[in-house]
Write a protein that binds this ligand. Structure first.
Ligand code: NAP
Ligand code: ZN
Length: 368
């Protein structure tokens, strides 16, 4: 098997790392746009970042209106506000939503002639302003991926990613995640678990990321329940942050599979967080994949003792504790869309429209 491994992001990891190594930002310039949500002012990360930028005498502006699962309209708003700003670089601070938003806005500000919808067409742009990512959740791994997931005007979550959309630099401090409540800890941690399992099973996986993925599964099995039960457990938070960044490296090379596409409408139309939405389908999608690649599935799920063990793990974490009604019309519409998702290219197994529908039905029964 021939493969390529490309990961140009410089990563700094550890407690207090932003204050310790923030001087690296000097190399990128002095005019800075910070993209964030509301929680960064409560977990210490925004304070640290401001201290670093003030020390460097940088000229910065803050856009703190990023919502969960950012949309085209949010991007249009930010683009209008910062049209003439011409930053030297852009910082994404927060969960996956602000980190992804920073990448998308960077492409749009650098390429003013691009329509918002053209961000997905990565042959229409070839550069962005350098992006620095600082995660405050342990889940998406966006600090080491080229991907940005943005919801289009019809409510479809779609991602783009290319060699030029990797972050230049990331500062990963697990202590910013100490403020995450248990439900957010589980949802984001399960996202990282899905990245590792899906990335390992993807047709695009390479031996480097497969090794990482096996290690990620071990870490998450041990430390996610601990982080959920003891939010202030620094060791569990550190291990989960490490697992999340490692899982990000996995999908930066292998991509995710159809499992992620299953979750997207549940997030957009039912308001279920991304990680939990992906976790809902993991057992059933991997069950179908196992018909084609049984040995591989057995290997990555070994720490759980197989699919039933994984199911139990997710149930114990509360991933299925939802009450959501999916109407027959929604089921039809979602199945049709998911059965055509671009993720299928990298997915093993037979995901015909019938199969996709039966998975939605099974999960709808589980949570209905
Ligand atoms: P998120 O949508 O960024 O944030 C979820 C919630 O967590 C928000 O209410 C946020 O508040 C809050 N929050 C963030 N950090 C916190 C902290 N330390 N303590 C307490 N609350 C905190 O969640 P996410 O799961 O990290 O990101 C999900 C997004 O990333 C989705 O759009 C998903 O599609 C995308 N994603 C991207 C990739 C990739 O490779 N690029 C991979 C997977 C998923 P505020 O918003 O007010 O700050
Ligand atoms: Zn994900």
């Amino acid at each position: 098997m021939n493969w390529r491994h490309f990961l140009p992001t410089e990563v700094y990891f550890g407690k207090g790392i932003l204050l310790e190594k923030g001087c690296k930002l000097k190399e990128l310039g002095k005019r800075v746009l910070i993209i964030t949500g509301k929680s960064s002012s409560k977990n210490g990360s925004l304070r640290d970042l401001k201290d670093v930028l003030e020390d460097l005498k940088a000229d910065y502006e803050i856009y703190s209106d990023v919502k969960e699962n950012p949309s085209f309209n949010d991007l249009r708003d930010a683009r209008r506000r910062f049209e003439g700003f011409q930053p030297d670089f852009i910082i994404g601070l927060g969960g996956g939503s602000p980190m992804d938003f920073a990448k998308a806005l960077s492409v749009l500000l650098k390429n003013p002639n691009l329509n918002v919808s053209e961000i997905y067409e990565t042959d229409k742009h070839s550069s962005m302003y350098p992006v620095v990512e600082i995660p405050t959740t342990a889940g998406t791994g966006s600090e080491v991926t080229q991907y940005s997931v943005i919801t289009d005007d019809d409510g479809n979550k779609k991602s783009f990613g290319a060699d030029h959309t990797f972050p230049t630099l990331s500062f990963v401090d697990p202590s910013y995640t100490l403020t995450m409540p248990p439900d957010l800890t589980v949802s984001t941690g399960v996202d990282a678990l899905c990245h590792a399992v899906e990335g390992y099973l993807s047709k695009r996986a390479n031996p480097i990321v497969m090794t990482l993925a096996e290690n990620v599964v071990l870490r998450i099995k041990k430390y996610l329940p601990m982080a959920k039960d003891n939010p202030k457990d620094e060791e569990a938070r550190t291990q989960m942050m490490l697992a999340s960044t490692m899982a990000g490296i996995v999908i930066s090379q292998s991509g995710t599979t159809i499992n992620h596409a299953f979750g997207y409408p549940v997030t957009t139309f039912k308001g279920v967080r991304h990680g939990q939405a992906s976790g809902l389908f993991l057992v059933e999608t991997v069950r179908v994949m196992s018909k084609a690649i049984g040995e591989k599935v057995e290997k990555i799920l070994k720490p759980f003792g197989g699919l039933e063990g994984l199911d139990e793990f997710l149930r114990d974490l509360g991933v299925y504790d939802l009450k959501i009604h999916i109407s027959p019309e929604e089921l039809e519409k979602w199945s049709l869309r998911t059965s055509k998702a671009k993720h299928l290219k990298a997915t093993e197994g037979d995901f015909s429209l019938e199969t996709v529908k039966s998975i939605y039905e099974k999960v709808a029964t589980k949570i209905g």
